[in-house]
Design a binder for this molecule. Structure first.
Ligand code: PLP
Length: 436
């Protein structure tokens, strides 16, 4: 039962506090009173250092789609490890993975690999600036795109800081320079009229509009097709690039979110599942825009390196993960996602707790909100909703199901129907605790 003062996790955390600020490296893995330390993973399960087993619906914050230690991925990575883990020369592996991404993603004709989604977003924003010669970017209120200063703006504004008529740019981290705030236009998600008007207002200075078609931290509501279509049209009108951040949404379908919504962005950022469990990121896009990276005729408009970019172990594991993720795998992921969403929605009704799930495919998020959730503001939890979410997450944990903070669940291909039933039953019992 968590928390337990005598647990090995608790002891490791006490030790970690001395050498790591706050006891860890990733704020997102911290839970109160102490984080749970993983010992190993197998399929859709994680075993912690105390020997407790969990069905893993965190999946390293959506980055694992085949669970843990999938034998095909282990074989691909270890084969490359034995051949050498990194070279100051290109390898065939990066061409193989780039070709697969180009074949799958309608908006991607060329690819540039990075080590994380953060770097991918940073390079995409810089590419848009290099291509257009313009300084500003637009992004959605509440949307997370990693930790590049510009991409972090207005990630978590509190209601007191919400602009009355339109979102305003609010610093996320202390020390964010004022000129960063001045160069970021914050637009509302899923409000086409307001977003278009802001984009037109700043159009002449705007290098790009960055949008995640189903932004997790802004509530995980899928974008309306009309919203994305309006962004597509207005960016073309003002000469700015449209960037889809598909670091998470690439797991929604064989052709990513751009395939599902049938809208071609100019640039796409990728990461997470594409690395087969290893650190990864990529910027892809139309040849015309990707030319800013091209060094063949001298110094490129946007020089880009990265000691570990296109690392061959990552490339080989990523390619194996993508090949396993065929169209049939998506049919199964959609089905289990739908089963969990409808099972939990039904449990909300049965226990008389206000709330709902949102999401698509293998992703879902639980909101204790008695209202439709469409964007950051409608997803913003009241104090009571936040308390209910905390009871619910603790309930899941003590029933052997791991969910990420903010009520996010990511499912994986090794999950069986029985695992899905276990997840829904744990959620239902936890909702009964919330109702009590
Ligand atoms: N973009 C989105 C939509 C993300 O969800 C994330 C990470 O969660 C990032 C970018 C940053 O990726 P990374 O954590 O690999 O830097």
């Amino acid at each position: 039962m968590y928390p337990d003062k005598e647990s090995k996790s608790q002891h490791l955390y006490s030790r970690a506090l001395a050498s790591l600020p706050g006891g860890n490296t990733r704020t997102t893995v911290f839970i109160k009173p102490y984080p749970i330390y993983a010992a190993r993973g197998e399929g859709c399960r994680v075993i912690d250092v105390d020997g407790n087993g969990y069905i893993d619906c965190i999946n390293n914050f959506t980055s694992l789609i085949h669970g843990h230690a999938h034998p095909v991925l282990v074989a691909a990575a270890t084969k490359q490890l034995a051949l050498g883990s990194a070279f100051g020369l290109p390898t065939e592996s990066e061409i193989d993975l780039a070709e697969l991404l180009v074949a799958r993603l309608p908006g991607v004709e060329q690819v540039r690999f990075t080590n994380s989604g953060t770097e991918a977003v940073m390079m995409a924003l810089k590419a848009a600036r290099a291509f257009t010669g313009r300084p500003k970017i637009a992004k959605c209120e509440g949307a997370y795109h990693g930790s590049y200063d510009y991409a972090e703006v207005s990630l978590d504004p509190t209601p007191e800081a919400w602009g009355r008529n339109a979102p305003v740019s609010v610093a996320y981290a202390k020390g964010t320079p004022d000129n960063v705030l001045a160069d970021v236009i914050t637009i509302p998600f899923n409000d086409a009229e307001a977003a278009v008007s802001l984009i037109r207002e700043h159009g002449a200075e705007l290098a790009c509009v960055l949008v995640d078609p189903m932004p997790n931290r802004a509530g995980l509501a899928p974008a309306d097709k009309a919203y994305l279509a309006a962004l597509r049209a207005v960016t073309s009108e003002v000469g700015a690039l449209l960037i889809f951040d598909e670091v998470i949404t690439f797991r929604l379908g064989y052709r990513g979110a751009q395939g599902l919504w049938d809208i071609d962005p100019d640039l796409t950022t990728l990461g997470k599942i594409m690395g087969g469990g290893f650190p990864v990121g990529a910027v892809g896009g139309k040849r015309e825009f990707m030319a800013v990276f091209d060094p063949t005729s001298g110094k490129p408009a946007l020089p880009h390196g990265g000691t570990f970019s296109a690392n061959p172990v990552t490339m080989r594991a990523g390619l194996a993960a993508m090949e396993l993720l065929d169209e049939a795998a998506f049919v199964r992921l959609d089905a289990i996602g739908q089963a969990v969403r409808s099972g939990i929605d039904e449990a909300f009704r049965r226990h008389g707790v206000p709330g709902r799930t949102v999401g698509l495919g293998s992703l879902l998020k639980i909101h204790f909100a008695d209202r439709p959730v469409r964007d950051y503001r409608s997803a913003y939890p009241s104090e009571q909703e936040a308390q209910r979410a905390a009871i619910f997450n603790r309930g899941l944990l003590n029933r052997g199901v791991l969910a990420a903070g903010y009520g996010l669940m990511a499912l994986s291909t090794p999950m069986t129907d029985q695992d899905i039933d276990t997840i829904v039953a744990a959620a239902s019992e936890s909702l009964a605790e919330v109702a009590a």
